[in-house]
Design a protein around this ligand. Structure first.
Ligand code: BES
Ligand code: MN
Ligand code: MN
Length: 467
């Protein structure tokens, strides 16, 4: 029997080739013109799971894109791990900012990845990270090193809010029953600073529309005499933060779980360099809520950001016009114990309240979800901690991420399961941005670490049962 390191060494180039094949398919869930490619990717994932020896492999239909299910049940009396991931990706635009086409993967060295990184949309988020689990499973089946039961649930709508996953889970509770959920769809601090994500923020995503006069107007003939929807929208957005960068929506902070100073001190132990942070982003200074550090601003505090704003004339040259309408897309990142639907309502009411007479305001909620925190005393977290210690030769640091995977809190509600977030991406991997990439070293490190998690979790779970 080969150990996992030997197995990886022998199969490394095939692993990379197989991942590259997956990355070539543009599975953009947000854009319906890619529908066939999204479905093709589901089939490709299912084929990969079949090839490594999983059983009950199924491309399960939903009202939206299919969920790929697979399992390897070795013994009903042993613990079961459910692996979740997503095969859909973000749109690649603006495509002209990519150094290589987003769906023609290439391996290139970078400063953070001297051993090379795979450049493609979805390389890190999440095809590359999801595929680490497929290859770790391949090793465990091939070398007879699987200590427990494993189920896979890989969805195709994560990047558009997982609208049908709740539907799927509700109808397949028995099939999906498990002792712990394992996800690699987050990041870590640095390759020499392993960390485990212990928190995800919740989300409320809304679109706003401000309507002024019944048509676009000449900005000279009417300018100064009617409300300009774009001016008004900017003014209203500016009012959503005060001079300390607190959000001004009444009731917004009412349910925010405040951390004790001991908890904040513990958090501050995670290595963080403000200089490196500023330099990596080419900014002179960071910006955010007064009284909180950068890690706290993204990890434990709620935020509000405009993600897009448009209206009026944006073409070449100048056109003197007061547009009849202005629009913006706004996201609010939430923390325990804020309720995303309640926050959406608070936002809507407030945004309509602050609109001056002379404009009409419409707020359309998109998607959302609750924040999630992994308890550090959970045996799943302990198992992950030991697994990282074995492969990184360092104790991993717990870290709250600013990102969201809204479905995680739903997993707990619907299946009663805790989730462990073993992410191997770096913040500099440019997920959702042009030139997204995933370190080859990170990809292989993930494959190496995952089997240790299964072993440690099984050991701790069985010991818990016997005590
Ligand atoms: N994998 C990300 C979330 C993520 C990345 C969490 C890095 C922590 C660290 C996921 O695919 C994602 O992009 N989520 C969206 C929300 C979703 C509803 C579209 C997000 O966070 O914006
Ligand atoms: Mn993701
Ligand atoms: Mn994403």
């Amino acid at each position: 029997m080969k150990n996992v390191q030997e197995y990886i060494k022998q199969n490394k180039s095939r692993f990379l080739d197989e991942l590259i094949e997956l990355l070539k398919i543009p599975s953009i869930s947000a854009d319906s013109s890619y529908k066939n490619d999204v479905i093709k990717t589901a089939t490709a994932v299912a084929d990969n799971l079949k090839k490594i020896g999983c059983t009950a492999v199924e491309v399960c239909e939903t009202p939206g894109y299919p969920v790929v299910y697979a399992e390897k049940i070795i013994d009903d009396t042993l613990p079961t791990v459910l692996v979740y991931g997503h095969y859909d990706v973000q749109p690649p635009d603006p495509v002209e900012l990519w150094d290589n086409p987003p769906f023609e993967p290439v391996i290139k060295e970078t400063l953070a990845h001297p051993q090379g990184a795979i450049f493609a949309r979805g390389a890190c988020d999440d095809k590359g990270q999801m595929f680490m689990h497929v290859k770790a499973m391949e090793y465990m089946i091939a070398q007879d090193d699987l200590p427990c039961n494993v189920k896979f649930m890989i969805e195709g709508e994560e990047e558009v809010g997982s609208e049908n996953l709740g539907w799927f889970i509700e109808r397949n509770k028995e099939k999906l029953s498990n002792d712990i959920i394992l996800i690699s769809d987050t990041g870590m601090i640095a390759n020499d600073v392993p960390s485990i994500t212990t928190g995800l923020r919740g989300l409320s995503y809304v679109e706003v529309e401000v309507t002024g006069p019944n048509r676009d107007l000449h900005s000279g003939l009417y300018g100064g005499a009617v409300a300009n929807p774009i001016n008004i929208l900017c003014d209203m957005i500016a009012q959503l933060h005060d001079e300390n960068n607190h959000i001004t929506i009444p009731g917004f902070y009412d349910k925010v779980h405040e951390l004790s100073s001991a908890e904040r001190q513990k958090m501050a132990e995670a290595p963080f360099s403000l200089d490196d942070y500023r330099e990596a982003l080419n900014i002179e200074e960071v910006h955010g809520e007064k009284g909180f550090t950068t890690d706290e601003r993204t990890g434990i505090r709620p935020t509000l950001d405009v993600n897009g704003i448009w209206g009026g004339y944006t073409g070449e040259g100048a056109k003197t016009v007061i547009a009849g309408k202005a629009f913006a897309k706004i996201s609010m990142r939430l923390v325990p114990d804020q309720d995303w639907q309640e926050i959406t309502t608070l936002f809507s009411e407030h945004f309509k309240n602050i609109a001056p007479k002379g404009v009409k305001v419409k707020v359309t909620p998109h998607h959302g979800g609750q924040a999630y925190v992994t308890p550090l005393d959970d045996i799943g977290y302990k198992a992950a901690e030991i697994a990282y210690e074995k492969t990184f030769a360092k104790k991993p640091v717990p870290q709250r991420s600013g990102g969201s995977i809204p479905i995680v809190s739903l997993f707990e509600k619907q299946l009663g399961s805790k989730t462990i977030l073993m992410g191997f991406g770096l913040n500099s991997d440019a997920i959702h941005s042009p030139n997204e990439h995933f370190g080859v070293w990170n990809f292989l490190k993930g494959i190496q670490t995952i089997p240790h998690f299964y072993h440690e979790f099984t050991r701790l779970k069985l010991a818990e049962g016997n005590s």
